[in-house]
Design a protein around this ligand. Sequence first.
Ligand code: ZN
Length: 202
Amino acid sequence: MPKVKDGKKESKDSSEQKKSPAAAPEEVIAGEHCPFCNNKTLTLMDTKKEIPYFGSCFLFSMDCSSCGYHKADIELEQQHDPCKYTLDIDSEKDMSIRVVKSSFATIKLPHIGDITPGASSNGYVTNVEGILQRMIKQTEQIRDNEEEDEENRKKAKNIIKKLHRVIWGQEKQKLIIEDPTGNSAIISEKAILEKLKVKKEE
Ligand SMILES: [Zn+2]
């Protein structure tokens, strides 16, 4: 099963948030120092976004026009407990279900793979199809990597086929999102919300 670190090899995030007219940035600070290339070409953006049937959230992003550095995250206006959402995807209609994912969230697609949070993870608002497309993109990197062994590349190929069938509503699939910060959600009556048990360090 492929375990992929979120955000790797991605420069830009889901176009979802750019399409929405409600997402005009509240605050833009340009000409900041980029921690990666040291140019003063970093733009910080802070946008409030209304998510129907859910509430408001804040989108933060940093973009450097010199080196292409991109980092984004999301925070809900109201504080939420550590959460675990489970959704049974069983039709094409489910593709449009909204998903809010913070950079701390782990996405689990049982029997397919996980997207685990890392330093380069981003937060974003997308939908179920957006999550599945991301998984396809990342699995394609395994399939197309000639250094990967034959067995793994074959597995990747089958997973991509399966994901396409899920998108077309031909196959059922479970989608689980766990977020210890509580800043993620699957916005659907079909989604089951449970409290996430967070392991405390002793
Ligand atoms: Zn830069």
